[in-house]
Design a protein around this ligand. Sequence first.
Ligand code: ADE
Length: 223
Amino acid sequence: MRFDIITLMPELLESPFNHSILKRAKEKGLLHVHLHQLREYAINKHGQVDDMQYGGGAGMVMMCEPLSNLIEKLMSERKYDEVIYLTPDGKNYHQKIANTLSLKENVLLICGHYKGIDQRIRDLYVTLEISIGDYVLSGGELAAAILVDSIGRLIPGVLNDETSALTDSHQDGLLAPPVYTRPAEFKGLSVPDVLLSGNFKLIEEWRQDQALKRTEDRRPDML
Ligand code: ADE
């Protein structure tokens, strides 16, 4: 799977994909991430990519021409399954969207800044608008990193049995149950007996029960 990311701050996206699971996905040739500096498509030699908004009001708007020129150049090189704009007024991101997107081949992500991008770019090119939560970030880059991370680990072949996504929180509509490792006792707190019993049927029932309790307690909206 390939991500192309349009950004004014590529430095923010240089590290997140070079560690752990995503690093391995890249090494295996299953994940490709390409960053594109929008500033290179500025309308003048001052590097201008934004302007004041029509109608007045505080905050700059990212202009049509630089975005359109870069998007059309990328579109002339490959067909995108989705063109996603990261924005706080987008559709709320969740695991089901990640699952669906992990089956795509080419995805283009657009990171906004300031007041966002000119509406006409959204009307002309964007196929999906995503918000990662009800708060406002300084730009779309951290949201883009979250998308690539959460989708990248789901690409078929990226996770092995040990890191399987099937038992993750949200994957089956429940939060994940608590987990423990050695030692069996720590500062007076013991690992639940059932986990030491070797009875896998009981362990599975316990985990299911804990997942349900945790979800009821913390996220009743999910049930
Ligand atoms: N850009 C700024 N805030 C954002 C958010 N909450 N989600 C996605 N992109 C954003």
